[in-house]
Design a protein around this ligand. Structure first.
Ligand code: ATP
Length: 448
């Protein structure tokens, strides 16, 4: 399957199966804004929960936080976003479409701007001089729309963590090294959004800022780089050959070392199909120093053992919930030939799958529907989402769940009525086994 086809197929499957819909579709859609449908919201929640479990619940040295989207406007001056959070924008003089220079070059494969062909009208080298465009969305706080009431929609969740550094450290009596984790929306007025949910103007980040003593930062950077790659592979189930780490040559204004975890999406995403899903940055003490300077409040940490005062360095791990969710869909999508027919499967990790089991009566009679429905309801009470389906041939019902990514199929048949056993079908090998009804919950839990 060509890479370009994969994204088209995913967009269509996502819509057909209730994963992702275009925003405001009945009005013709809002450009590059997407809504997560019933299955999509579950998948993305499961991704975020897996992250929270790995970063917060299983660690004593990381605390959670949920800071507000709107912040004091000085935050964005201190952070450097007002002055520096810009992308170079060029416009095609012929068709007036606008592009971000680095994305244009990556996507067209041109070495420089004069060589680049406009993806929209096909003319080469007819570009305006690049100008810097600030990506922050502005709005107004309160009823008066003047300069004094300008506030920004946060372009990253990180700043909410930095300004709460001492609040969290003192209330939780944490000692450096420790981290603060947060999941939340961020907004960027991207010049060239696109590629489905890969680049949108409203998205969700899963960010963790780890505060360390200066001098230990390089070692922590390495540890986090490895830990985050392992999480993508082992907890999220992304194929190792589609994952890589790509160090940055050009560093942002705040960083002393940085790199991206990239996933191979294919098509026109990123660098020859490799797109960033998470950034790992050594932000030094840039952020705390600037907030200390701009707020006039001391943000130093005092080591209780040595009484040494210092501004910690920060190692940041910043993943996109939407991009990781898209990577899960792209990684899982496959088409197979089964008995002369094409079987479409979303092979997502059972722990992330939105629905864990399809529950089916083999036929719509002899009390099978009632028995299957009772199993479906019992699973719901146990917190295991399942889907009851009695319509159509059993093979078709299996296929519908394969395509939705459901890992197990439980079927009530004639034998169930005699001995209380059901068949459980595993999505991937398509093998079935019989188990007792009262073992279903245990069987599923073991595999989720
Ligand atoms: P890019 O170079 O692709 O614009 P970035 O380097 O600006 O990304 P970061 O600032 O490091 O991205 O943001 C951290 C994470 O947030 C990214 O790895 C990505 O998963 C996610 N992210 C950033 N911008 C977007 C966007 N416009 N749409 C969806 N996710 C995004």
């Amino acid at each position: 399957m060509a890479d370009n086809d994969l994204m088209d197929k995913l967009v269509s499957l996502a819509k057909r199966r209730g994963y992702v819909f275009q925003s405001s579709e009945i009005y013709g859609g809002a450009g590059s804004v997407w809504d997560y449908g019933p299955l999509g919201v579950e998948l993305k929640r499961n991704v975020k929960e897996a992250w929270w479990r790995a970063m917060v619940h299983t660690r004593d040295d990381i605390e959670g936080l949920d800071a507000a989207i709107l912040m004091h406007p000085r935050v964005w001056e201190a952070s450097g976003h007002v002055a520096e959070f810009t992308d170079p924008l060029v416009e095609c003089r012929n068709c007036h479409r606008r592009y971000r220079v680095d994305i244009l070059l990556a996507e067209t494969g041109a070495a420089d701007l004069p060589e680049a062909r406009c993806p929209s009208c096909g003319r080469t080298g007819e570009w305006t001089e690049p100008r810097q465009f600030n990506l922050m969305f502005k709005t107004f706080m309160g009823p008066v729309e003047d300069e004094a009431s300008v506030v920004y929609l946060r372009p990253e969740t990180a700043q909410g963590i930095y300004v709460n550094f001492l609040n969290v450290q003192t209330t939780m009596r944490q000692r450096v090294p420790f981290g603060i984790a947060q999941v939340g929306k961020a907004f960027r007025n991207e010049i060239t959004p696109g590629n489905f949910t890969f680049r949108t103007r409203e998205f969700e980040q899963m960010e963790m800022q780890f505060f360390v003593e200066p001098g230990t930062d390089e070692e922590w950077f390495e540890r986090w780089r490895e830990a985050r790659l392992a999480w993508m592979r082992d907890e999220i189930g992304l194929s190792p050959e589609r994952l890589r780490y790509h160090p940055h040559e050009k560093l942002a204004h705040y960083a002393s070392a940085a790199g991206d975890i990239e996933f191979f999406f294919g098509g026109t995403i990123g660098d020859a199909g490799w797109g960033e899903i998470e950034g790992i940055h050594n932000r030094t003490d840039f952020d705390l120093r600037r907030h200390q300077e701009y707020s006039g409040k001391r943000l130093e940490y005092i080591d209780p053992a040595t009484q040494k005062r210092y501004l910690p360095f920060i190692i940041e791990t910043s993943a996109g919930a939407d991009r990781v969710t898209l990577a899960v869909l792209a990684n899982g999508y496959r088409e197979e030939e089964v008995e002369g027919e094409t079987r479409v499967v979303l092979g997502i990790h059972p722990r992330l799958a939105p629905v864990k089991a399809g529950v089916f009566p083999l036929v719509k009679k002899d009390g099978m529907p009632e028995r299957a429905d009772a199993i479906h309801r019992a699973l719901g009470r146990q917190g295991i989402p399942s889907f009851y389906d009695e319509s159509g041939a059993i093979g078709r019902r299996y296929r519908r769940q394969d395509e939705a990514g459901t890992p197990f199929g439980i079927t009530v048949d004639g034998q169930t009525l005699e001995d209380g056993t059901v068949t459980v079908r595993d999505r991937d090998p398509m093998q079935q086994q019989r188990i007792a009804e009262d073992q279903i919950v245990g069987y599923l839990r073991e595999r989720l």
